[in-house]
Design a protein around this ligand. Structure first.
Ligand code: R5P
Length: 303
């Protein structure tokens, strides 16, 4: 047994956290390796219990856990999984945090504030992680990893996967890709290039203290199919405004896409009420709109 292990080298085990059950299975399939589902329980006082169900000693493990809602519980589960794997002697631990919560507060805007991105990054490293993979972490520029990590950190993107999915599933008419604001321009460029479509970002014009107009910057959309790409749809406010503007400018079908479908409250319903053709997200957060899997992107990076 030991000899065959030595001959074959270390195997890889993908461990699925409770917030990324389906995605972690897909990653294991892509990597053609063992999938392991830990045992999770919750005590009456709210504390959580985690037990690894595979022998990880001297193995390479990939722990997949999105830190979406509920973020505190999902982070705690991630720390317990990472620390257990480390304590049980895993040879190498890769953390995959497809949606990386607590990233918005990446600096101290007012004195005394906790910088949550630094806090959670430190805790992930302290838990014995050797490397970390994330997708479109907010508010980092495209494919740039936050500098807070001392371990190798990879900020992958789903912008091109989203555009390809829409291109492959709908016969697009003269497509054009839009970012809803200047901040998302890189996403629109990446998405546009992947399907050889034009791209642009929306521009905000302030006409008065309370009057803001958003409009396509240069590109004519009349009669064309438009794809909006953003990193996050949270309340849906940004996306709804962008959809309305493109419709007002005569766009044919409008597709709303994002890497992370946070979709709080009735955000999805509000978007659907606009007459948008489709709302499409990825499975960094497993929701009904998660039509695009980031498993191939993550697996490719791990390989
Ligand atoms: C902003 O910088 C982000 O890229 C998203 O546009 C924003 O988080 C979306 O938020 P909401 O859906 O609440 O408008």
């Amino acid at each position: 047994m030991i000899i065959s292990k030595l001959l074959m080298g270390h195997k890889m085990i993908v461990i699925g956290g409770s917030s990324s059950k389906n995605l972690s299975k897909k990653i294991a399939k892509e990597l053609d390796c063992e999938f392991s589902e830990p045992e999770f329980e919750k005590f009456p006082d709210g504390e959580i219990y985690v037990r690894l169900t595979s022998d990880v000693e001297n193995e390479k493990v990939v722990i997949v856990q999105s830190t979406c809602n509920p973020p505190n519980q999902n982070y705690m589960e991630l720390f317990l999984l990472l620390d257990a794997a480390n304590d049980l002697g895993a040879e190498k631990i890769s953390a995959v945090v497809p949606y990386f919560g607590y990233a918005r507060q990446d600096k101290r805007f007012e004195s005394g504030e906790a910088v949550s991105l630094e806090t959670v990054s430190n805790l992930i490293e302290c838990s014995g992680t050797d490397e970390i993979y994330m997708l479109d972490i907010h508010p980092q520029p495209l494919e740039q990893s936050p500098e807070v990590f001392d371990i190798p950190a990879y900020n992958l993107t789903a912008a091109d996967s989203l555009a390809r999915y829409i291109d492959e599933n709908y016969s697009l008419e003269s497509p054009v890709v839009f970012a809803p604001d200047k901040g998302a321009e890189e996403w629109a460029k990446k998405a546009g290039e992947s399907i050889e479509a034009d791209c642009d970002f929306m521009e905000k014009k302030r006409h008065g203290p309370e009057t803001v107009e958003i409009q396509p910057r240069q590109i004519e959309v009349e009669g064309r199919d438009a794809i909006i790409v953003d990193d996050i749809i949270s309340t849906g406010g940004t996306m709804r405004e962008a959809i309305n503007i493109l419709q007002d400018h005569g766009a044919n079908r409008v597709f709303a896409s994002c890497t992370h479908p946070v979709l709080v409250g009735d955000a999805l319903e509000k978007l659907r009420n606009t007459g948008v053709e489709e709302v499409i997200g990825t499975d960094t957060i497993e929701k009904e709109v998660s039509k695009v899997s980031v498993a191939p992107v993550i697996s490719e990076a791990i390989r």
